[in-house]
Design a protein around this ligand. Structure first.
Ligand SMILES: [Zn+2]
Length: 488
């Protein structure tokens, strides 16, 4: 009796707290800024995007393999399409192919802002050209879509940003705040020559930025508890780190008829098995935490109760998320065994075995901590572990209370009034990681609408954007630049 009542009262109190939190859970409210969108000539804007698609600006890891012609053609194409931009803004060519535009603000005391994109695209995988409904570099407009490589990734943003500025100039708009437009030419292969060089240049000039907006988030449709499909604009507030480790073992070699107890292949296989069986721990942290809260507000009562009370259910939620590869990438450093090499002939012992393992590092961990953990998990001195290629730590998470986030969200809602705007962790790599030197407010988002099938079109076959989505993309940038360049 004496134990029962306090326990009972405790349980009721906890339930009460859970319920109150669930009832009070609300999605973020963003200021609605009155906005009269300009009349855009859909056929004309689609044509200008299509013209850019016709320049096959494929970047190659080895600069010598890169064809410079399409990049020069694209520069000319943009100059042709946007005469006002090229008259009113200064344009610098950086590293021969990248472009940096500056639209001088009237009040030099205000921190400039910078919008990013990249001019390069990935190649079309040889042998898949015939699978395209319209050839990837023909810039065909058909059935309400602009078709071709780069329409989603990410010429739509590059051309759309320029279209927005051209429209603002035609309206007589003059920014108070300086607006930079930065378009690298090698994002798909590293960004070393493009984005990094632009950042070096701005940094040498002592420029610090109010905020930066790059690609890396989009508008997706997801079903959340209750079966209701909701459109969510995922705005990247942070980006995972990147590391590839190479594992190597040496063996004796020799005749396969007299194998030793442990061969280099066997040692490697055991190391790889250990890595895959010991995934990194799951952790729920920002900005994923805030993403869940934002989505929770739109869910059925049970899920709402859970997401409103992550203080209690954090562990359970993280473990559930870890079950699905898509959500797992948000709660842990991922381990992907990608390359294994050993052996030359079936009756000869391999003298060595090597493997490459790719990691996408969760905020809170580092290249160093991941490497150390991997050595610990393998726990075998016969396996050498070293980093290969470029590696970088995860970015800082951009503060969620930032005015720039509100401006981006307001611009999204001006164009897609019914949508949910939520922060997100980007698990790919974008050029924006170089910009953390110039500002702590880095965002990754472009208003392209992706359904399940569209995901496969990025870097895949039949990449396309609907003319209506593209029109809204231009309006998004028009609203965002107009409001942000004006604001004090
Ligand atoms: Zn891209």
């Amino acid at each position: 009796m004496s134990v029962f009542w306090p326990l009972m009262i405790g349980a009721v109190l906890v339930l009460l707290v859970l319920a109150v939190n669930a009832l009070r859970l609300r999605g973020s409210r963003f200021p609605r800024i009155s906005y009269t969108p300009p009349e855009l000539d859909e056929a004309a804007i689609a044509q200008r995007l299509a013209a850019a698609v016709r320049c096959p600006t494929v970047s190659r890891r080895n600069v010598a393999d890169m064809d410079p012609e399409p990049f020069i053609a694209l520069h000319a194409c943009l100059e042709d399409a946007f005469p006002r931009v090229h008259e009113a803004l200064t344009r610098e060519v950086v590293s021969t192919y990248s472009l940096l535009y500056a639209w001088q603000g009237s009040e030099p005391g205000l921190e400039p802002i910078l919008l990013m994109g990249h001019l390069d695209v990935v190649p079309v995988e040889p042998g898949t050209e015939e699978d395209w409904t319209h050839p990837p570099f023909d810039g065909v407009i058909a059935d309400g879509y602009v078709w071709g490589r780069g329409t989603l990734d990410i010429k739509s943003s590059v051309v759309g940003i320029l279209e927005a500025v051209e429209t603002l100039l035609a309206e007589g708009f003059r920014p108070k705040r300086t607006v930079y437009l930065a378009f690298g030419h090698d994002e798909e292969v590293s960004g070393e020559q493009g984005a990094r060089a632009i950042v070096d240049l701005l940094s040498a000039r002592g420029v610090s930025l109010g905020w930066v907006l790059d690609e890396g988030g989009a508008i997706v449709t997801r079903e959340f508890g209750g079966g209701r499909a909701t459109q969510v604009a995922l705005v990247g507030h942070g980006e995972k780190g990147y590391l590839t480790l190479e594992l190597a073992t040496e063996g004796k070699g020799g005749h396969a008829a007299m194998p030793p107890r442990a061969t280099s292949v066997g040692i490697m296989a055991r190391a790889l098995t250990r890595l895959e069986r010991s995934p990194f721990p799951v952790r729920l942290r920002e900005p994923v935490n805030s993403l869940l809260v934002e989505l929770g507000a739109r869910m059925n009562p049970v899920r709402r109760l859970v997401f409103a009370n992550l203080w209690l259910f954090r562990g359970v939620v993280a473990r559930v998320m870890a079950r699905d590869p898509l959500t797992a990438s948000l709660v842990r450093t991922t381990t992907a065994l990608t390359v294994v090499r050993a052996g030359t002939k079936d009756n000869v012992l391999a003298q060595s075995a090597t493997a490459q393992v790719n990691f996408r590092i969760l905020p809170g961990e580092t290249v160093r901590s991941v490497t150390e953990r991997v050595r610990g998990v393998i726990a075998d001195e016969r396996v050498r572990v070293k980093a290969v290629g470029n590696a970088w730590d995860p970015t800082e998470v951009t503060p969620l209370g930032s005015p720039a986030y509100r401006a981006i969200a307001s611009a999204i809602l001006a164009v897609y009034p019914e949508i949910t705007v939520a922060p997100n962790l980007v698990n790919g790599a974008t050029d924006s990681r170089y910009y953390v030197r110039l500002t702590e407010h880095v965002f990754r988002f472009s208003p392209i609408v992706l359904d399940k099938n569209d995901m496969g079109r990025i870097h895949g076959t039949d990449e396309r954007i609907s003319v209506e989505d593209y029109r809204r993309l231009v309006l998004f940038f028009h609203h965002l630049i107009g409001v942000s360049a004006e604001a004090r």
